[in-house]
Write a protein that binds this ligand. Structure first.
Ligand code: 5GP
Length: 263
């Protein structure tokens, strides 16, 4: 699949056109950002690992009947995906309190929630992705009630599937963020809602069951070190470490700060 013009460049990924107007290429960068871009670094090998881990997770979800944007992984850093109109909403599911929930509401760190908590944030960097309610989404037409009901149901089902997938490799799924989009279905000649973006240690909080060691982007956010080793550990436990032959092409493990400004 030939790569065409760059359509969009985000903090961790680049989207390129292809000859097919309904398909694009998603390229995973090594860039890591936190606190709305105030902290930035290159974490060598991160893009390769996230590409592989996200492919593995989305393929598993697809086998469970969840519709996703993924067509196939093309190479170490790229996936062929369906071109989607992304809903401007981050769907966050929490099983254990930490992060912004603990900060916002004072719920003690590590509190196990009685049932998964679903939150919505407005995807807007300038506004710092603010927390919103269902009413905001409906009032401003960011999704219809029917779309939101379908997405909410799918999101909680994804939480169940992911919780089991991670539990099987001795990892607790603490929380995660997902995104959805609408894609053109050639067969039905209608738009349909699919899971988009990525699911990886960049978008989840993952704690080792026994030691509660963080195996996710909090290692970068909180300067805990060994970021890439943690991502590699997740891939290794899934049994999907990137091909041995290609590993030497990637300089794994080095973190090169780009800029660091304290809030
Ligand atoms: P919190 O709201 O506690 O900062 O994040 C909750 C969960 O959603 C965490 O797993 C976090 O990684 C994920 N998350 C929330 N917003 C973003 C975002 O803008 N980018 C990424 N990569 N993950 C996010």
């Amino acid at each position: 699949m030939n790569k065409g013009n760059k359509l969009y460049e985000g903090k961790a990924k680049i989207i390129y056109e292809t000859k097919d107007k309904n398909l694009v290429i998603q390229h995973f960068k090594d860039d890591a950002t936190a606190f709305n871009n105030l902290k930035k670094a290159k974490v060598e090998g991160k893009g390769v690992l996230n590409n592989r881990i996200s492919e593995y997770i989305l393929s598993n979800l697809s086998q469970c009947g969840v519709k996703t944007h993924l067509v196939k992984r093309l190479n170490m850093r790229e996936q062929l995906i369906k071109k989607a109109e992304i809903f401007p909403i981050e769907f966050i599911v929490r099983n254990v309190s930490t992060g912004s929930l603990t900060k916002r509401l004072g719920i003690p760190e590590g509190t196990i929630l009685e049932k998964p908590l679903l939150e919505y944030c407005f995807k807007n960097d300038e506004l710092n992705d603010p927390l919103i309610s269902k009413e905001h989404i409906l009032t401003f037409g960011w999704a219809t009630e029917k779309e939101l009901n379908l997405i909410d149901k799918s999101t909680l089902r994804i939480n169940d599937i992911l919780t089991g997938m991670f539990r099987a490799i001795n990892i607790k799924l603490i929380d995660f963020k997902i995104e959805y989009g609408k894609v053109w279905n050639k067969d039905t000649e209608k738009k349909e809602i699919v899971l988009a973006d990525e699911i990886s240690p960049d978008t989840c909080r993952l704690w080792d069951v026994k030691t509660e060691k963080k195996l996710d982007k909090d290692r970068f956010r909180k300067d805990l070190g060994n970021i890439i080793q943690a991502y590699q550990e997740v891939a290794r436990r899934f049994g999907i470490m990137p091909e041995e032959t290609n590993i030497s092409e990637v300089n794994f493990g080095k973190t090169i700060p780009i800029k660091f400004k304290k809030k």
